[in-house]
Design a protein around this ligand. Sequence first.
Ligand code: ADP
Ligand code: MG
Length: 392
Amino acid sequence: MTITATTEYEPLTESTAVSLAKNLQFFKEGALLHCREIGDGNLNLVFHIRDENNTGIIIKQALPYAKVVGESWPLTLHRATIEGNYLKNAATLVPNLVPKVYYTNETLAITIMEDLSHLEIVRNGFLDGKDFPLLSKHIGEYLAKTLFYTSDFGLNQQEKKKLQQAFANPELCKITEDLVFTDPFFDSETNEYEPELLGSVEGIWNDAELKLEVAKLKNTFLTSGEALLHGDLHTGSIFANDIDTKVIDPEFAFFGPIGFDIGQFFANILIQAITREGSQRSNVTSHLYQVWEEFTVTFSDLWKTESVEYFTQTPGYLDYILTKVFTDSIGFAGCELIRRTIGLAHVADLDKIKPHERRISVKQQALFLGQTLIKNATNIRNIQDVELLLEK
Ligand code: ADP
Ligand code: MG
């Protein structure tokens, strides 16, 4: 069975993935290739192909449905094009912080990219007690540059509108709208939680003040096309070691509110922080300070030196934007905390906690922190305020 760049769409197997890599001449003639499907994600196939010298490539292929649910949940193949285009755009803005893209093919819905196997998925590293000292400095820079240069502050108005069209991503946005902003706040079939959490969960469903704030956040997500977002920037979408950081998996990319990417990163750091104590905890909460610091410093620099918007010279405007972005991020972080605890897509940080009683108690803390962040977003002025809430 061979497969070439002109073949119609079909899901690859380990052997057709190898034949494709050979056809595209990624390896020397006669190289002894080894291929394994390593996808641990919910939506796609990921093939790792390497030769005798361990030189490798990654072929990521979208499936026409969501793997986590099965063929009953069809999902557009176009997300592979979105992912490839996002990575190519990011390569011009933050070349050191994304995998190199070697090849894309819209029909096959594949992205062939740099093999990052020497790094580790941050969520897994955190679970092993690692801290990734440069993670937040890199992610702060990543957020500032990708968001500034795709916003109306850093990108020509005509180009931004065109890019916005190219990154229309209705089906993947719908997943976020449902799973992050809607289902967890109602008694929806997609929710999943331990029976012991029912009291806390009903508390969320009956909290009118909370729901009004979530409605506002969802409205911002639906309507605010501030910049090109990654759209799924949790710790499972970041590879790192002590020196390097690479962001992967931008298939949810679209033009949305700047605070969303930041809030998802905040929330996934907070989730890990809740599971730790003492100095172990402060090693991860330090990422909250550092990412916000790096983001604001870099974003402010770009604002002063690279702006294409007249009003960026107006005193007070930068502060207004940074405050708004921070408040949005806090609210979005709260939604992410709640949905990762009781929604459809859970995280290992919480689900792997043993014993059972401790897991329930940590999840209750996650829910409570999520609710508090959402309801008090406008009063939370800085990361110190967030850390105080975490310690409560
Ligand atoms: P999904 O969109 O299905 O979640 P991901 O892009 O997150 O897929 O990839 C799933 C897994 O495949 C990652 O957690 C990682 O283990 C592996 N993977 C993805 N991209 C690479 C890469 N460039 N290098 C090495 N491993 C990768
Ligand atoms: Mg994904």
